[in-house]
Design a protein. Structure first.
Length: 158
């Protein structure tokens, strides 16, 4: 999976019963403005929209992560950060993009989005969330040529 696909996953994309992950979104960033910098769109290519198998190990990890996320929502209460997706229109009024916006900053026509990978307080970091662990890999372990992207296709190795 591409970094943007992982960071664009929502809980609706995970089917625990059928043990599949529906990959149908890609997250990307643009210069920040008053409403943020993260956008969600389709996958990079037509064949990018796909279903992949959810391994037993990942299934258990995601189920535990969901419980933890729900726990933090209760702990943080009204301070937990929720997000919506709102349409971005061009000058002609045509929808050209979808922006991920904090709930309190979004317009009335926006739709709630239940993203998976957040900080414990609900803060969404987009693809930045993968940078911190890889800085540790680079700086502390001395492994220079290692990127999140390099892990793509790992699920295909048997």
């Amino acid at each position: 999976m591409r970094t943007g696909e992982v960071c664009g996953l929502t809980w609706d994309d995970i089917d625990f019963e059928k043990e599949t992950i529906n990959i149908q979104h890609n997250v990307y960033d643009k210069p920040k403005d008053g409403k943020g910098r993260w956008y969600i769109g389709t996958t990079k290519t037509e064949t990018g929209t796909r279903k992949i198998h959810l391994s037993q190990t990942l299934k258990i990890a995601l189920q535990n992560y969901k419980k933890k996320q729900d726990y933090f929502k209760k702990i943080y209460g009204r301070r937990y950060i929720y997000y919506n997706v709102e349409d971005v229109k061009n000058q002609s009024g045509k929808v050209v993009e979808h922006r991920i916006v904090r709930e309190e900053l979004s317009n009335k026509d926006s739709k709630k989005i239940n993203l998976i990978f957040m900080r414990e307080n609900g803060l969404y970091l987009g693809t930045d969330i993968t940078r911190i662990p890889f800085k540790i890999i680079h700086n502390e372990l001395g492994i220079k040529k290692c990127r999140f992207y390099d892990l793509r296709g790992y699920q295909n190795i048997k």
